[in-house]
Design a protein around this ligand. Structure first.
Ligand code: IFM
Length: 461
């Protein structure tokens, strides 16, 4: 059976400023929390490679964009670095940064790549973190100002805007599980941060609408369908709560303008409700999105809790469940389950009014891909092709069932830097030699080109 996709489907890849740009001397960029964390604790980062040593997109973007176009991409999601535009987070604009991003977006149009632009990808300017970061309401207004500044500066070149990438990751990694700065464990602070992120998002959408900027605006959320161990009431309850924490916490405000009631009740019961006002709730209610980006990597399997943490944690309400039939990506420790993408698509259709959405990230991180180099110097990443193929088959079935999905972006185009994991796992369609900065198209890059140029899903081989 041949799977086909609509002729105007967005085929692309995603990346972010802190993961790809790198630093140029005298570029006027201010420090963000990743620059600072690496300076303070380089030992936490794989091979002690920090955000300065990324894939040099800032220097090579003209060639990189042409290369990405040559493997069929018609769209690319990247992010603007807040600390590049506003080195202090607020106040004076860095004019070099304005010229830099204008040239990037102009080049994208010249080569035939539609810009999908995200405003925040985990990289809070350090001066704002020093004020308390997302716990401080002042940062919400600072974000709204930064967002409307970007709409004014680049609105003539960008028609697809996104406020945040994976806002729940900022909450869980920064305030519960210690993978992002400030790496604290505190559920009350986590709840305040989550609330402020939802509010900051809605304020940016409001600014976009009141400024009457052309195009569409949305948010990118990482969703994992939640599967209970079995259908007994205690496991189903565990799944319901996990869904509220990890999916509905941002999906509901973005698409319905409300927060999930079971989550509100639970936070209230633990005296962990964030500070809020009725006026905020009205802003959230009135500013739902035009488009949703969905990052899908893995499902979440849960069972009733097996232990009680000392303070409120998601694990107070559920425990991880290891499905005996799971297929794992051992490098990232994530289950590979393409059916999950179909299930998400159908859920968006049935429970959320079938919004306009696209797959904003999907991909497979693999360690030491040099093992798969052939004699011509090409990485034979057939495992990645299989991964894309299986997820795209599931997506094609969802489209046939009426899902309103308008595109598919892989994570990522050119191998990039991945936070504490740095360059441990590679995700790209294009390999990066970190030492020489040489780019080489992988086998998956050629496979993707055939897909994007025909809208027909090629076979794996
Ligand atoms: O590198 C990240 C990205 O920043 C957000 N989504 C998951 C990717 C792979 O881990």
């Amino acid at each position: 059976m041949k799977y086909t996709f609509p002729h105007n489907f967005y085929w692309g890849s995603a990346t972010s400023a802190p993961q790809s740009e790198g630093h140029l001397p005298d570029d006027g960029k201010g420090q963000n929390i990743w620059d600072y964390w690496f300076e303070e604790n380089p030992e936490l980062f794989f091979d002690q490679v920090g955000p300065q040593t990324t894939s040099t997109f800032a220097k090579n973007y003209r060639e990189d964009l042409r290369l990405l176009r040559s493997i069929g991409l018609n769209s690319l999601r990247l992010s603007i670095s807040w600390s590049r535009i506003f080195p202090e987070g607020t106040g004076e604009i860095n004019e070099q940064a304005v010229a830099f991003y204008r040239d990037i977006f102009t080049t994208m149009h010249e080569v035939g790549i539609e810009p999908f632009v995200n405003l925040f990808h985990f990289d809070l300017p350090l001066p704002l973190q020093n004020l308390g970061g997302w716990e401080n309401r002042h940062v919400v207004s600072a974000f709204a100002t930064y967002a409307s500044t970007c709409f004014s500066l680049f609105g003539d070149l960008v028609a697809h805007w996104f406020t945040f990438n994976e806002p729940i990751v900022i909450v869980e990694c920064g305030y519960l599980y210690q993978f992002h700065y400030p790496a604290v464990v505190d559920s009350k602070r986590a709840a305040q941060v989550g609330y402020h992120l939802a509010l900051a998002h809605a304020c940016a959408v409001a600014a976009f609408r009141s400024g009457k900027f052309p195009g569409e605006i949305g948010i990118i959320v990482n969703l994992s369908p939640i599967y209970p161990k079995d259908l007994s009431p205690e496991h189903k309850q565990a799944a319901l709560i996990a869904d509220c924490f990890f999916n509905r916490s941002f999906l509901d405000p973005a698409l319905k303008g409300t927060f999930p009631q079971p989550l509100v009740d639970l936070l209230q019961a633990h005296d962990a409700l964030p500070n809020y006002t009725e006026h905020d709730l009205a802003i959230i209610a009135e500013n739902t999105v035009d488009i949703l980006g969905v990052n899908y990597y893995q499902p979440r399997r849960v069972q009733a809790p097996t232990h009680q943490p000392e303070q409120l944690m998601p694990e107070t309400y559920f425990a991880h469940y290891e499905w005996p039939e799971r297929i794992m990506n051992p490098y990232r420790g994530w289950e590979i389950y393409p059916q999950g993408l179909f299930d998400l698509a159908i859920r968006l259709k049935n429970d959320y009014g079938n919004p306009r959405w696209y797959v904003a990230e999907n991909g497979m991180g693999v360690e030491n891909e040099q093992r798969f180099l052939d004699e011509t110097g090409q990485i034979q990443d057939t495992y990645r092709i299989q991964f894309f193929h299986d997820h795209l088959s599931a997506l094609a079935s969802a489209l046939a069932s009426g899902a309103n999905c308008v595109g598919y972006h892989v994570w990522t185009g050119i191998d990039n830097w991945s936070w504490l994991n740095a360059y441990k796992n590679r995700y790209g369609l294009i390999a990066l030699d970190l030492a020489t900065q040489t780019r080489t198209v992988k086998r998956s890059g050629l496979w993707f080109k055939a897909l994007a140029e025909t809208n027909v899903l090629p076979d794996v081989e």
